[in-house]
Design a protein around this ligand. Structure first.
Ligand SMILES: Cc1cc2nc3c(=O)[nH]c(=O)nc-3n(C[C@H](O)[C@H](O)[C@H](O)COP(=O)(O)OP(=O)(O)OC[C@H]3O[C@@H](n4cnc5c(N)ncnc54)[C@H](O)[C@@H]3O)c2cc1C
Ligand code: FES
Ligand code: FES
Length: 1218
């Protein structure tokens, strides 16, 4: 049908880009029910009788927009736009069900929609307008809408990021009606569909299903398809026959009984949650303890869309120990009702039901009909626990269900059940522990004995898939401790002779709450909406893979080496056949290694090796009172742009001409590489880049190789060739941000002054250099950040390893260079207890960087001071101290860093650009430029600048003169400069006519110019600054100018699980005089949120054989809505000018990524507080990202010490730090 609005980002339900609304008539409730679902997991055959609404169905720019589409666009919630249709459809479905949602409803609804660009705040702000909630500016208590401060007097400067004046009201009467022909409930009949590989049968009724299951017992009974679907989509599993259970009413029946509820196995998790919530309300707290525990789990299990599809039966029968429900359902002694041709039987759900990973005691011909979930009884307490990599929308690492029953009016244990998932291939019951603890009193002795018993009984094998065995073991014990505390508290309330719990211990019990981000922004400038935002919100925006297939088109798919480190000899017998038919012969080479440490051992480095130095290190160290040595490892990062890489190569059939529709940030390079590969001239290759669904540096180099492969196929076959990488392949092939290791020695005085620092930076470059040497140079050039360290030396070595080569990523080495020097400052401050950052900051009006570039730190110091003030830093430090003193198991930390970030390329020739400006006779203007639109709003700003010069209609495009590559921060400025140059040329030509005919409209003027043979076409060129660095002399103007900022973040950690919560972040950013504050704030927030991922949750794991294990959103977690601090305040520095840039604006896209490190250092502070209290050393190794595992293990305590190092079995690790 050619509807391309719905996007494909992962194919496994993990990103939400493909969200659509499915509506069905429910004959029992006699109403139409609407569900948001992920289209990638929704089998088309399951939609019989349902109506599907995609983003195109609710509104369009050609007819009428839907308010949801309008508001996300106007609130600047669409940058690259690839996630936008999914966001729109999630919100639309919510409004169809509930036209007046709460902010919590919105939070829940959007939890499964990932966005890699915006940082979520603008999306939430736009959608919150449906709740009648006004955003309150935390800094002045005023509503944002009332805050009209601006830093200059231009009348069209806006004080609000977006205005809700004149927006379309939500009018449910205008919504699409449910097709009347689907309203009738027809007598059911068996439906069969025959596809190319799969036969699908929807049975007429339960009887028919039982019969079919007996006949085809090997065919899976598919209901929600959320376990089967990802395996079929991503792992190539094929089921020749599928039986569908979604339309059997008995599987969806819910019956309340006196002592419990019977839930049909086919009930979705959303329905289950609603039913349980109703039960909790009606039954009261005592009887509903099981339901409360289940609801708590369901709240963070998967996403709204997945919960709408996934069923309780499927969750149990998938027999995946990482799935959360079995442990709690088993602890609650639930009963399974099973039917088959042989009749019905019941099984009590316990660990014995699970026979192996993915296997249960259910016979293949049996069907799980329903599950009895009992009410909790008096003196029975039930809890569920889970810890995941990300708090929501992430599989648990370990989950647990625990239940204890006491003898009436006593604290004597009558019965105890403890189940764990995630500690082995199946659900595990701590049978021995439970047995031993029965009959004992619930007191500290029980805790000690119980912990000891669990330690002995629950064994996590070091070879367990997923690794983290010590962490998982610590979680096992910590969960038991939490349960002990929870129950103790309840018993205390029942007054059964318990000792009082120390108040500071209660902190173990408070779970982190996910809240909707609130923000305050005080922008300046003209917050024009992204030029394509409405097209993006309606699904009309075209990305490369939306281009309809060309006649005779072929599809190329990649065959990757399964042994990453080997020489590859490819014997490709049938090029068009699938991957498994490609015969690969490997030839071993030795030695192979993947890590930075191993590369150092083998002295395996790329050239050039760089050094920068100022002052005299030896003298500095001699004068220092203290010398400190240490290191910081920073893991890499995957770009995870929502649109994967790809292109369409179309041979034109004439003189070897070729057209590429390609997702490239560097069209010229792509053109060049394709030309060289095919041996044809560049001028025969045209690259079209309309827009990218995110790039972040990842679509600069690797896309050129992909293009060469697809172009070769197209060239050879003479047919169009499409190549679209699957998410997993994209992550495997294209790689991302390089891991860094910084080893340092620092000398400082008692007063906190740092006299000397010597840092060696190592990056993992992978097997080819790619952009790693530039990245390393950038790291070295940023190693002073905002600090005047008189004797400073940096060495930079790019390690050559046998991993896929790393490449550019937003910040380009800057974040790594800055973080390592910040780590030095952090450690010195931790040791001397002084404001070391303040003490060492550049403060003179004229300063020189360590590469002798002159700059003024004036605005950096202003940002720093404003950030201290706006974040109320001093006061909050005191509050944090108090909080920490009163909470033993939760600790808080705060961190503030300044930022000096160089803008421009240190290689001068990159700082150039060109644009072609054509004025047409109808007055419209086409600007062709070499930048690419990937969400940063390059075209929007270009239009704004053009409007300043001469307002008219316009349509920028990136199709020609692609001599530059777009990297978010500086490119926009380059384009604006060259465009301005072109426009000014044209305006100069038109000037005499304007003077002669002042009354002419623009169009009349243009026609007159045409008649007078005045050329209406001009090229603009921008030469850029002459930057260069003499690496021998450590001397040079590396950058055009510097962007400054400061950021302060506060976090809270759970010492028992390693979970953390970002509480508040304040950013003060110097963007010069912002051309478009909405886009700039969007870039700051988006960059910062990518930084949250980089420094906290995004962990790439490699096997010891060098294979990337974390492929796809199910294993690699980018920040979701739950990771955004509830208070995120972005302030743009006022009265800041930048004489170097266009209209005094500043490059903004890259610097804020680094601000994510404030979370890392705040977490480190919080851990240090925990360690201090426990009498442990405050200096401890800690690397980025600060994952839950690392936080937990750094908060050493009796639970982590129960598995001492000498008892650890030495085995091959699951994953290595590369
Ligand atoms: C992105 C994503 C995130 C997720 N996150 C979580 C999470 O955080 N925690 C968690 O616990 N789970 C999570 N899940 C898993 C999800 O809860 C399960 O996949 C779901 O509950 C399975 O139900 P289903 O109806 O989709 O099963 P299906 O995929 O349709 O079937 C699964 C298996 O169960 C069998 N089956 C299903 N119903 C019956 C029946 N009535 N009788 C006999 N056999 C049956 C099928 O034959 C098949 O073998 C996630 C899934 C996805 C895709
Ligand atoms: S493409 Fe469907 S959820 Fe990602
Ligand atoms: S705008 Fe959300 S992914 Fe780009």
């Amino acid at each position: 049908v050619g509807l391309t609005g719905t996007k494909y980002g992962c194919g496994g339900g993990g990103c939400g880009a493909c969200t659509v609304m499915v509506s069905r008539y429910d004959p029992i409730q006699e109403t139409v029910l609407h569900w948001s679902v992920t289209a990638c997991l929704q089998p088309i055959c399951s939609l019989h009788g349902a109506a599907v609404v995609t983003v195109e169905g609710i509104g369009s720019t050609k007819t009428k927009l839907h308010p949801v589409q309008e508001r996300i666009a106007k609130a600047h919630g669409s940058q690259c736009g690839f996630c936008t249709p999914g966001m729109v459809m999630s919100m639309y479905t919510l409004l169809r069900n509930n036209p007046q949602p709460t902010t919590e409803d919105i939070r829940e609804t959007l939890g499964g929609n990932l966005c890699r660009c915006t940082g979520y705040r603008p999306i939430i702000d736009g959608f919150k307008t449906f709740c009648n909630v006004r955003t309150v500016n935390s800094s002045n208590g005023k509503c944002c809408m009332e805050n009209s401060n601006s830093h200059n007097n231009e009348s069209d400067i806006s004080g609000e990021l977006f205005s809700m004046d004149n927006v379309l009201p939500l009018d449910p009467t205008q919504d699409l009606i449910f097709p009347p022909e689907l309203l009738v409930s027809k007598p059911s009949e068996r439906l069969c569909f025959q596809g190319e590989k799969v036969r699908w049968i929807s049975p007429a009724d339960l009887k028919d299903l039982i019969k079919l299951k007996a006949e085809y017992s090997n065919a899976p009974l598919l209901v929600g398809n959320t376990t089967i679907g990802p395996k079929m989509n991503l792992k190539g599993t094929v089921h020749p026959l599928v039986l569908y259970g979604g339309s059997i009413p008995e599987l969806r029946t819910i019956k309340w009984r006196n002592n419990g509820v019977t839930v049909g196995a086919g009930c979705s998790l959303s329905v289950l949650k609603d039913v349980l919530l109703q039960g909790i309300e009606e039954l009261g707290p005592e009887k509903s303890r099981v339901y409360q525990a289940l609801v708590q789990t369901l709240q963070c299990l998967a996403s709204k869309q997945i919960r709408n599809m996934a069923t309780i039966g499927g969750n149990i029968l998938s027999a995946n120990p990482k799935y959360d429900l079995s442990s709690i359902l088993a602890a609650a002694e639930c009963t399974l009702h099973i039917v088959s041709n042989d009749g019905a039987r019941e099984i009590c759900l316990s660990e014995e039901f699970f026979t192996d990973f993915g296997k249960t005691a259910l016979r293949p011909d049996e069907i799980l009909l329903a599950i009895d979930i009992p009410h909790s009884r008096p003196w029975e307490f039930v809890s569920a626990f889970r810890q995941a990599q990300r708090r929501e929308f992430s599989f648990s690492i370990v989950n647990s269900g625990m239940r204890v029953t006491f003898r009436h009016d006593s604290n004597v244990v009558e019965n105890l059940d403890i189940f764990y998932g995630g500690v082995g291939p199946t659900l595990v019951k701590a049978r021995h522990t439970c047995k031993e603890l029965m009959g004992r009193k619930w007191d500290e002795k029980l805790l000690v004995v119980g912990t000891q018993l669990l330690e002995e009984e629950i064994y996590v094998p070091p070879t367990a898939p997923g690794g983290q065995e010590e962490y998982r073991k610590a979680l096992v014990l910590s969960f038991f401790f939490k349960f002990y505390m929870q129950v103790t508290l309840e018993l205390q309330q029942k007054e059964v002779g318990m000792n009082d719990l120390p108040l500071e211990y209660l902190s173990a019990l408070k779970p982190f709450k996910n809240e909707v981000p609130q923000s305050s922004n005080d922008p300046v400038g003209r917050p024009n909406v992204h030029q394509a935002a409405l097209q993006q919100a309606t699904g009309e925006a075209v990305y490369y893979d939306d281009i309809p297939s060309v006649k005779g088109e072929l599809f190329v798919s990649m065959v990757t080496s399964t042994r990453a480190h080997l020489l590859l000899l490819l014997n490709q017998e049938q090029a068009k056949r699938a991957a498994e038919q490609v015969d690969i012969t490997y030839e071993d080479i030795q030695p192979v290694f993947f890590t930075i440490e191993e590369a150092i051992e083998h002295q395996s480095f790329f050239d050039p090796k760089r050094k920068l130095e100022r002052g005299n290190l030896e003298e500095g160290f001699e004068k220092a009172d203290h010398i400190l040595e240490g290191e910081l490892y920073m893991g890499g990062q995957e770009h995870f742009y929502m649109e994967t890489q790809g292109l369409i190569a179309i041979p034109k059939g004439e003189a070897g001409e070729l057209e590429l529709y390609v997702a490239s940030q560097h069209a010229a390079y792509t053109q060049e590489v394709v030309g060289i590969t095919l041996g044809i001239d560049s001028n025969k290759i045209t690259c079209h880049v309309k827009r990218l669904g995110g790039g972040f540096g990842g679509k600069v180099m690797k896309i050129a190789s992909l293009s060469a492969i697809a172009a070769t196929a197209a060239y050879k076959t003479g047919r169009a060739v499409r190549c679209v990488l699957e998410r997993e392949d994209d992550m495997l092939i294209t790689s991302g941000r390089s891991p860094f290791l910084g080893k340092y020695k620092v000398g400082y005085l008692n007063d906190g002054t740092i006299l000397a620092a010597d840092i060696t930076y190592y990056s993992n470059g992978g097997c080819t250099l790619d952009e790693s040497s530039f990245i390393m140079e950038k790291a070295l050039l940023h190693m002073d950040n905002g600090y005047k360290i008189p004797n400073l030396r940096g060495h930079g070595l790019v390690c050559k390893t046998y991993l896929p080569s790393y490449t550019a990523f937003r910040g380009f080495g800057g974040p790594q260079g800055l973080t390592i020097i910040e780590s030095v400052l952090h450690e010195v401050a931790a040791r001397c207890g002084l404001p070391v950052r303040d003490i060492n900051m550049y403060k003179d009006e004229k300063c020189y960087t360590h590469h002798k570039q002159l700059f003024s730190p004036h605005d950096m110091v202003r940002c720093w001071n404003e950030c201290l003030e706006k974040s109320d830093y001093t006061h909050r430090c005191l509050s944090i101290k108090q909080f920490n003193a009163h909470n033993h198991w939760k600790k808080r930390g705060i961190s503030i860093v300044p930022l000096k970030f160089g803008i421009g390329f240190s290689k001068g020739f990159y700082n150039q650009g060109a644009a072609l400006v054509n004025i047409y006779k109808d007055g419209s203007v086409l600007i062709s430029h070499g930048g690419t639109e990937m969400g940063q709003g390059i075209n929007t700003k270009a239009i704004q600048v053009f409007q300043c010069l001469r307002s008219t209609s316009r349509r920028p495009a990136q199709e020609t003169c692609p001599i530059i590559y777009t990297n978010v921060f500086f490119m926009t400025e380059i384009i604006l400069f060259c465009m301005k140059d072109g426009c000014e040329k044209l305006m100069r030509r038109l000037e005499p006519l304007i003077k002669k005919h002042p009354q002419f409209t623009w169009q009349q003027l243009v026609v007159e110019a045409y008649c007078q043979k005045i050329s209406l076409s001009a090229t603009g060129f921008f030469m850029g600054p002459h930057t260069s660095v003499d690496w021998e002399k450590s001397d040079g103007n590396a950058y055009y100018y510097f962007t400054f900022g400061a950021c302060c973040s506060e976090v809270e950690i759970d010492c028992l699980t390693g979970d953390h919560k970002n509480i508040r972040t304040d950013i003060v950013m110097d963007v010069g005089r912002s051309i478009n504050p909405a886009l700039d704030v969007g870039q700051v927030e988006g960059g910062f949120v990518q930084g949250i991922g980089l420094y906290t949750i995004e962990e790439l794991q490699f096997s010891p054989e060098g294979v990337l294990l974390t492929r796809g959103p199910s294993r690699y977690k980018i920040p979701a809505l739950c990771d955004i601090p509830p208070q995120l305040n972005v302030h743009l520095l006022r009265n800041a000018d930048n004489p170097h840039a266009i209209y005094s604006s500043k490059g903004i896209g890259e610097p804020p990524v680094f601000f994510g490190c404030t979370l890392f250092f705040a977490i480190k502070e919080a851990i240090a507080a925990a360690r201090r209290e426990r009498g442990l050393s405050e200096s401890f190794p800690f690397s980025s990202p600060a994952t839950a595992e690392k936080i937990r293990m750094a908060c050493e305590d009796c639970f982590t010490r129960m598995n001492p190092p000498d008892r650890k079995v030495k085995t091959k690790p699951w994953a290595i730090n590369v």
